[in-house]
Design a protein around this ligand. Structure first.
Ligand SMILES: Nc1ncnc2c1ncn2[C@@H]1O[C@H](COP(=O)(O)OP(=O)(O)OP(=O)(O)O)[C@@H](O)[C@H]1O
Ligand SMILES: [Mg+2]
Length: 236
């Protein structure tokens, strides 16, 4: 790893026709920390995650993971390098069981995958529901299931797009604990979230986007009182 950064973005830009969704965005993530990404609706958060994970080709700039360029790689190649992500809109297979939802993403020996899947279902407190169809789980449980699924491949960097949205308080606490646990295991977590309490409690450092541009970055305490951030949220 060069200069200690796990992920490094340099002047990343993504346009959709006339809209510049991400505008010359630069940021760095160090390993083993929890980072937040906030900004008003449409400020480019999901698009930035899509650029990092190879779902949307960016137009300009550089993305490095462990010192190596990953921009230009396909999504499955980025995943194989060790970056996992959840989606703002849930993507579980409703007609498969909770357990099967985890097994479909693995490529190793079955016994090992089965053991890991059960361990992960316990980790997100869904072990009792392992044989239930994912479509019968509550919205919050489906989000936990999706979260468990990205952990099947043991990613080092985990991108979560609004993990708390629509999740009830009890499940939310399970989720927050699971995220803190990942950090304790040395993983790096990058979270988009509109729930300010969640993001301020979890993140060690926060980046703020507005109209695709990074307008601020710093520890939660500083971000909360940053004039540009307050203006971006309340000034329109
Ligand atoms: N596939 C697309 N085609 C055209 N425009 C898009 C596309 N995806 C995103 N955009 C535009 O890019 C901008 C950034 O959108 P994005 O979804 O990244 O914002 P966001 O910060 O994730 O918003 P939210 O908080 O509502 O999830 C918006 O103006 C959006 O309309
Ligand atoms: Mg989004």
């Amino acid at each position: 790893m060069q200069n200690g950064h796990l992920l490094e973005l340099r002047q990343v830009t993504k346009r959709f026709g006339g809209v510049t969704a991400v505008n010359r965005c630069s940021l760095e993530l160090a390993p083993g920390r929890i980072y937040g990404l906030i900004g008003p609706n449409g400020s480019g958060k999901t698009t930035l995650f899509n650029c990092i994970t190879g779902l949307e080709p960016h137009d300009d700039g550089e993305i490095r993971y462990k010192g190596e360029r990953i921009d230009g790689l396909r999504a499955h190649e980025v995943a194989r390098r060790g970056i996992g992500r959840t989606f703002q809109i849930i993507r579980v297979f409703p007609e498969l069981t909770a357990l099967e939802n985890l097994l479909v993403v693995t490529w190793g020996p079955f016994d090992e995958a089965h053991r890991r899947a059960q361990e992960l279902l316990r980790f997100v407190t869904l072990d009792r529901l392992q044989n239930e169809y994912a479509g019968n789980l509550s919205y919050g449980q489906q989000k936990l299931l999706e979260f468990a699924r990205i952990l099947m491949t043991d990613p080092e960097l985990i991108l979560l797009d609004e993990p708390a949205a629509g999740v009830n308080r009890t499940l939310l606490n399970e989720l927050l604990e699971a995220i803190r646990n990942l950090r304790a295991q040395g993983k790096t977590v990058f979270i988009v979230e509109h729930d300010m309490k969640v993001i301020m409690d979890l993140s060690e450092r926060i980046f703020v986007l507005n109209y695709g541009e990074k307008i601020a970055e710093g520890p939660p305490g500083l971000i909360q009182s940053d004039e540009r951030v307050i203006e971006a949220y309340f000034g329109r």
